[in-house]
Design a protein around this ligand. Structure first.
Ligand SMILES: NC(=O)c1ccc[n+]([C@@H]2O[C@H](COP(=O)([O-])OP(=O)(O)OC[C@H]3O[C@@H](n4cnc5c(N)ncnc54)[C@H](O)[C@@H]3O)[C@@H](O)[C@H]2O)c1
Length: 270
């Protein structure tokens, strides 16, 4: 028996990267898993790989009707919804205020915030009635960029900071019936792309970052895999392990926040 036995959980952006690792881990923990994913090839790959074990719905998190369709399909297939994981997002590849032309800044904002923030809000809106009924929970994927600058440009960093406010407000509004929490991972290899309006639609995160560069700034001094981040989600989604956490953000960033002024590892200066 896993920690999420028979819990019905919907993950947005479950077609690759962290979302896919969450699908795998939730299945291992006994959950019934649904996915809302924009890219048709990723939806097909989920269906081929998992068959009936995963309900894969093609759609866009920026469209309310798609979120609603995914929630309705999950409830129809599994009889209920216990967890909603808002996870689909895009990055800005660190594009800075000074680099971006004014039109690109405005268009990039609209495109990135539509996915990273409006997508979370619309997903929460669509999932809320079913979660109120099941006394379930929501979890939103944040980032080190929800807490610190430099992990992206102003668009991405502001979108993840905004998601912190969304989590706090929804935790407040939906208590006592629904717990709302967040997980903030650090850098990992994934299919994370950028806004089409910034010309970054085909640019992946590892095209502009290296594993060594990411590992070198983390006190725990390793380059995490997507699967390494799934534990906090299991904790937050588990009724047995989480009766008391709401409005909590787990910084799953290999110690980034305790980096300090000098680089030390195991008590020794590097
Ligand atoms: N990769 C990193 O270094 C990193 C670091 C910190 C936080 N994160 C966060 O992790 C989460 C997952 O990203 P990832 O790194 O696994 O990237 P990813 O691109 O591999 O996964 C995101 C998935 O969301 C899907 N998606 C994008 N836009 C969508 C839309 N409008 N509607 C539906 N689906 C959509 C993508 O097709 C993709 O399958 C994001 O919230 C991201 O901000 C990633």
């Amino acid at each position: 028996m896993g920690w999420l036995q028979d819990e019905s959980i919907l993950v947005t952006g479950g077609g690759s990267g962290l979302g896919l690792a969450l699908v795998e881990r939730f299945l291992q923990e006994g959950a019934q898993v649904s996915v809302l994913e924009r890219v048709p090839e990723k939806v097909d790959a989920l269906r081929q790989r998992f068959g009936d074990a995963v309900l894969a719905v093609q759609g866009d998190v920026t469209v309310y009707a798609d979120n609603q369709r995914a929630v309705a399909a999950a409830v129809e297939r599994f009889g209920k919804l216990d967890g909603f994981v808002g996870n689909a997002a895009i990055w800005d590849h660190g594009s800075s205020l000074l680099q971006l032309a004014p039109e690109a800044l405005a268009q990039g904002f609209d495109e990135l915030f539509a996915v990273n923030l409006k997508g979370y809000l619309l997903g929460a809106k669509a999932a809320a009635p079913a979660l109120l009924e099941s006394r379930g929970n929501m979890i939103f994927t944040l980032s080190n960029s929800a807490f610190y600058p430099g992990g992206g440009g102003p668009l991405y960093t502001a979108s993840k900071h905004a998601a912190v406010g969304l989590i706090r407000q929804l935790a407040y509004e939906l208590a006592p019936k629904v717990r709302v929490n967040g997980v903030g991972p650090c850098g990992m290899a994934s299919d994370l792309r950028g806004p089409v309006s910034l010309g970054q639609g085909d640019l992946r995160i590892m095209d502009s970052r290296s594993p060594e560069a990411i590992a070198s700034i983390l006190p725990l001094q390793f380059f995490p895999q997507a699967a390494d981040f799934t534990g906090p989600y299991v904790l937050l989604a588990s009724r047995a392990n989480n009766q008391v956490l709401s409005g909590v953000m787990i910084q799953a960033d290999a110690g980034l926040g305790i980096r300090g002024i000098r680089h030390v590892a195991g008590g020794l200066e590097l």
